[in-house]
Design a binder for this molecule. Sequence first.
Ligand SMILES: Nc1nc2c(ncn2[C@@H]2O[C@H](COP(=O)(O)OP(=O)(O)O)[C@@H](O)[C@H]2O)c(=O)[nH]1
Ligand SMILES: [Mg+2]
Length: 388
Amino acid sequence: MGVWAAVLTGPGVGAIATIGLFGQAVPSILEAVFQPSSSGGGDFEVGRIALGYLVDGTETIDQVTVAREALHEFAIHCHGNPLIVEAIMELLQRHGVELLPAPQWHARVLAAEESNTSLAIESRLALTTVKTVAGAKIVAVQTEGGLGRLCRQWRAESVSLDSIKEQVAEILRDSDTARLIIEGCTVVLIGPPNTGKSTLLNTLAGREKAIVTDIEGTTRDWISAEIHIRPLAATVIDTAGLAADLADGIDKAAQARSMEMLQRADLVLLVLDSSCPDHRIEPGLLDRLTGKRTLVVLNKTDLPERLDTTLLPPGLPDPIRISAQQTTGIDALIGAICQKLGVADFDPHTPVAFTGRQRTLLERLATAKSARQAPAMIDEMLHGPIQC
Ligand SMILES: Nc1nc2c(ncn2[C@@H]2O[C@H](COP(=O)(O)OP(=O)(O)O)[C@@H](O)[C@H]2O)c(=O)[nH]1
Ligand SMILES: [Mg+2]
């Protein structure tokens, strides 16, 4: 085993930075580069912190603390100037330390602890990027419960391949929903100009983020806000208005980008103006909504309703009535968003795959030709090499 190091704090200037070090040979490297301020400071008992200087020959690089966090795991806390951090990393590299990006370092350190299953390592890593508290809960339970428990049960009870396949199909479906909670989802606001998309984004975000004006086509490009709609973290994207009667070059380009956004959306909110007799939906738009989870939002219900909803194109879901400006109907809209995405009552203990590796293995299980292939795949799920 070599020695691995990574900068564990974020990039840029900070008061302090933390460098993680892992490996059996860390103490001998520290002996060469660390001068403790007090006698006995270089003994490095587990759980102790030593103050001292990192030195490169006769040159002092920085005053630091070194903590031994576990038998082979150390943390150097230095000053946060990126130049100091770089000099320390370069010094360590010259002493044979392998420098890694932080996620890879974490993964290797976790993998070196033999008691960790692959699912446990992936869970610990996913917890560093998860977007919501609800997502953290889902990820955290998959080791002992959820997917981990099921895999162990399949192995211990020699469950039939048919029954495994049935359960896998359900896990894969639930994983799509869980992904929205764990990784966040994208909600795109789309519709003709001036229907109140930017106002709705502002209302959802609770702050002035989008430019709101009554000149048609003001939202020339897209603008987004991260909004916590429990249990979701949604990136809500306000697109340029889509209408057939906007023909100039800039708006054509902005409309093309709106269409791109539409393709990537987990949910589309088609925002219409209830005070306008004509719904003004661009003819081609509905084709592009085919297969997309869509909600129709009738905005400006504080004004007299002049839109005849019976004349809306067929196939659209029942509209949700709101006033983005008066902030009425917003709770119902949020409820409808969660319902539509299937996250409203999602039980965090539901077994789900939360990494590409897990998903690929489940897909292989789902198409396994013979029951003899299953045990190896299940073992790989629990103990196989992880990607990071
Ligand atoms: N009465 C009323 N006006 C609204 C409402 N929502 C937006 N507006 C107004 O409609 C105009 C266009 O709104 P905007 O959000 O820029 O529309 P967008 O082009 O779809 O982004 C602005 O003058 C807004 O103040 C609403 O709920 N009620
Ligand atoms: Mg706008």
